[in-house]
Design a protein around this ligand. Structure first.
Ligand code: PLP
Length: 471
């Protein structure tokens, strides 16, 4: 049975008009199929070069990764990294016994991070690599839940109704955590006055069933830091008033790889006693290709033993804490390569450059009469802006996003979360590789397209236009 040929079919199978793919006539050989079904496994084999060409050509329809200013995830590494990647693509991270050196390197990496994040005794901290921040956040959340359960049980109290307190602007991985692991999500709405979770009225959300508070270093929607020290101080006051003592997990998906280098005096990490664990994406500002995250607990006491499984390692056993079993080991080696290659000075230089480009773009965009900045790219190299109230009824930021897409630039527009859902913002994520020169080219395109939209005589029709960007 063939699939319906519906060009609006977005069910993850690609958009197209036919249910088969034709091989380029250059590759046609006697006995080889020239048409391959798209959604069923072909009956017969293909030559590797034919299969390669088909996959290569299909992938060509994706956007240009370097012009993708929507993603936080690494889109460029140097040739030595690519060489390492190719050499180590066959390594499975879980096979600690077969790949003891990769296992040792994983430990070195998270120990370096524990140090970078000011753990009092990095060698006594504990951590792991993950597939990304989502898994790292889930593990951080699970440890919070288990610690709370253990404490409650030891006090003879109910463990029926755990809750987690977090900003309404959290990344979707936290909604997943709460859903999958049955924890009530207590969202603190962000507002124009309180643009991030900042400790304001935290006592209304925290109670004896709160397993923890999530503080985000680099809110996905805007890039702004949540003031972890203020959140911690608010929790100190709650503890003093009520005896309810709540730990913090810092979701530093982006910021935990920016702040230590570019804002070393900002206190957000293990310098705050309440911070039990910190997670980050190695594949964001850790500057590695997709597929690596990290989570570190301040000390062994912060990670309950029962969550740890043991895998065989050099005739003994090695503790692991992960949701996945098999996953790529190559990215961990790439992370180590980047740590050695750049060192602290190199990371500082690279991240400063991205911050400089972000701030330049933000300043220039702020000069355009159509726009108002939400933030200016001074936390992580990410910033968002809004259309000025009353500026136009002809176009929106979604239209500008569409126009820029025609030129190859992906600059998403989307609504802010719940209580601010009527505010639409457009965001640029500056990563290593968006040079000053490319930024100037982007700025010129933005000006051209705003000019085009301003000259419209009637509003752009918007019925049936889907909102395509999700965090
Ligand atoms: C604040 C925050 N947390 C978690 C995540 C999820 O990260 P990952 O894509 O590495 O799973 C993101 C991704 O953008 C994020 O911005």
């Amino acid at each position: 049975m063939s699939e319906p040929a519906d060009p609006t079919d977005f069910r993850g199978r690609g958009v197209g008009t036919s249910d088969s793919i034709s091989a380029n006539p250059v590759f046609e050989r006697p006995g080889e199929a020239t048409e391959l079904p798209k959604n069923r496994m072909p009956q017969s084999e293909s030559y590797p070069d034919t299969a390669y060409q088909i996959v290569h050509d299909e992938a060509m329809l994706d956007g240009n990764a370097r012009l993708n200013l929507a993603t936080f995830v690494g889109t460029w590494m140097d040739d030595f990294a690519v060489r390492l990647y190719t050499e180590s693509a066959d390594k499975n991270m879980i096979d600690k016994d077969e790949y003891p050196q990769t296992a040792a390197i994983e430990t070195r990496c998270w120990t370096m991070l524990a140090d970078l994040w000011s753990a009092a005794d990095p060698d006594n901290a504990i951590g792991t690599s993950t597939i990304g921040s989502s898994e790292a956040c889930m593990l951080g959340g699970l440890a919070l839940k288990r610690r709370w359960q253990k404490r409650r049980r030891s006090e003879g109290k109910s463990t029926e109704a755990p809750n987690l307190v977090l900003s309404s602007a959290v990344q979707v991985c936290w909604e997943k955590f709460c859903n999958y692991f049955e924890v009530e999500a207590r969202y603190v709405p962000i507002t124009l006055e309180h643009r991030t979770l900042d400790g304001h009225e935290l006592d209304k959300y925290v109670d004896e069933n709160t397993i923890g508070v999530v503080a985000i270093m680099g809110v996905t929607y805007t890039g702004a830091y949540e003031p972890v020290a203020e959140i911690s101080a608010a929790l100190d006051r709650i503890a003093a008033d009520t005896g309810v003592d709540v730990p913090i997990h810092v979701d530093g998906a982006s910021g935990a790889m920016i702040a230590p280098f570019c804002q070393p005096d900002l206190v957000w990490d293990f310098r705050l006693d309440r911070v039990a664990s910190i997670s980050t994406s190695g594949h964001k500002y850790g500057l590695v290709y997709p597929g690596v995250g990290w989570v570190v607990w301040r000390d062994k006491a912060a990670l309950p033993d029962e969550l740890i499984f043991y895998v065989s390692y050099l005739g003994g056993s090695m503790p692991t804490f992960a949701l996945n079993f098999s996953r790529p080991g190559a990215q961990v080696l790439l992370q180590y390569y980047m740590f050695l290659r750049l060192g602290s000075d190199g990371y500082t230089r690279v991240q400063q450059e991205s911050l400089a480009v972000a701030q330049y773009l933000a300043q220039e965009i702020a000069k355009l009469p159509a726009f108002e900045l939400w933030n200016d790219g001074s936390d992580i190299p990410v910033f968002a802006w809004m259309l000025k109230k009353g500026y136009t009824d002809k176009w929106t930021l979604y239209d500008l996003s569409d126009r820029l897409r025609m030129k190859g630039w992906l600059v998403p527009a989307y609504p802010m979360p719940d209580d601010l859902a009527d505010v639409t913002v457009q965001r640029i994520v500056v990563r290593n590789g968006l040079s000053h020169d490319l930024a100037t080219a982007l700025l010129a395109e933005i000006k051209t397209e705003v000019d085009f939209l301003d000259r419209l005589e009637t509003p752009i029709p918007r019925e049936g236009q889907p909102v395509l960007f999700h965090h």
